[in-house]
Design a protein around this ligand. Structure first.
Ligand code: AKB
Length: 334
């Protein structure tokens, strides 16, 4: 009788685990979150994906599947959505980026750190099984070797955002080592996309420049000539994000965050790439406070560890990105 009761309860648990197979994206309306939601919905089916953000998204986001208004800093609210939708995997994409975080340090710390603690603790308590958390090239600082920056190196970030990301990396590794939490992470470079615009980052110029080129034929760049930064086309970033979550547990060797590289270029190089499509396009330079941030970041990244551990390889170079951006944004401005 006892044996029967035990096997029945084990069966029920297994059923629960089986039923708990939804994905929650926190920060689904942001630059990465929007495209990640679309990609996950098309891969797993709309019913399996729950998009959430502090505000409503566009029509496509709201109508194509589950959506919840969710404050990532509210533990009870996050737990409630996880419970109601039987979520087992969380992509925590909510964050305040580098430029805006300098204006609101306390708010940035609260959002970037507490949201991570909530999700890590939910995983530690067995309420979810797997977590993705984004880090950034902002974890590096002025004392880091800035060409081909290694996976393991000096890390002394000097921005609020960079400090929060580096701290987050330490906590991710701690929760894996101490509690076995399966958290995976990537250090994103600047991301380029025509679907969504970035908000409050230092690499935002690299998206804005295409919009201005098509709209005004001219761009006033807030970074100076020669400011080379690591960048990546969004499709590559989404492929990496979903890719790292697919990898077998034992193949993930880095539990802080993986270096990830696409292309590296300076404003004058993207200008030349745009001029192949819009010969009259011009640029002038008016560096502001974001120059100081960019000056502390690497020029290029060594991502050989990600290539080795889980077969990462980028696909898009600068001219390929420019072609896609111009072709897809042109109808908006003509
Ligand atoms: C930013 O510029 O803040 C972000 C980043 C590199 O993490 N795009």
């Amino acid at each position: 009788m006892i044996k029967f009761a035990l096997s029945l309860s084990r069966k029920r648990n297994l059923n629960n685990i089986h039923m708990k197979s939804r994905i929650l994206i926190i920060g689904a309306c942001g630059q990465i979150g929007t495209e990640l939601t679309t990609a996950l919905r098309s891969r797993f089916g709309a019913d399996k994906v729950v998009a959430s953000d502090i505000r409503e998204g566009d029509e496509g986001m709201m109508n194509a599947g589950h959506f919840e208004i969710l404050d990532a800093t509210d533990y009870a609210a996050v737990e409630d959505v996880i419970f109601r939708y039987k979520v087992d995997t969380v992509y925590l994409m909510a964050a305040m980026l580098s430029a805006i975080a300098e204006r609101f340090p306390a708010k940035a710390w609260d959002l970037n750190m507490n949201s991570l603690f909530h999700v890590l603790n939910l995983a530690k308590d067995g309420k979810i099984k797997k977590v993705f958390w984004p880090s950034s090239i902002a974890v590096f600082g002025k004392t880091t070797p800035n060409e081909n920056t290694p996976q393991m190196t000096v890390m002394e970030p000097s921005t609020v955002y960079g400090i929060s990301k580096q701290t987050g990396e330490r906590w991710c590794e701690y929760y894996y080592n101490k509690y076995g939490v399966d958290v995976r992470s990537i250090r994103y470079p600047g991301l380029i996309s025509y679907t969504t615009e970035p908000g409050g980052g230092t690499t935002d110029y690299a998206v804005d420049i295409y919009h201005r080129a098509l709209k005004h034929g001219h761009y006033r760049c807030f970074l100076k000539e020669g400011t080379t930064l690591p960048m990546m086309y969004m499709d590559d970033a989404i492929r990496a994000t979903i890719g790292i979550m697919d990898v077998d547990l034992e193949d993930i060797k880095i539990r802080s965050s993986y270096n990830l590289a696409g292309v590296s270029y300076a404003p004058e190089e993207v200008t030349m790439s745009i001029q192949k499509h819009l010969p009259d396009f011009s640029i002038t330079y008016e560096p502001d406070f974001r120059q100081e941030i960019a000056d502390t970041w690497p020029k290029s990244i060594d991502d050989s560890q990600a290539r080795k551990d889980w077969g990462w390889a980028h696909k898009f170079d600068l001219d390929a990105i420019t072609k896609i951006m111009i072709e897809n944004l042109r109808p908006r401005y003509t």
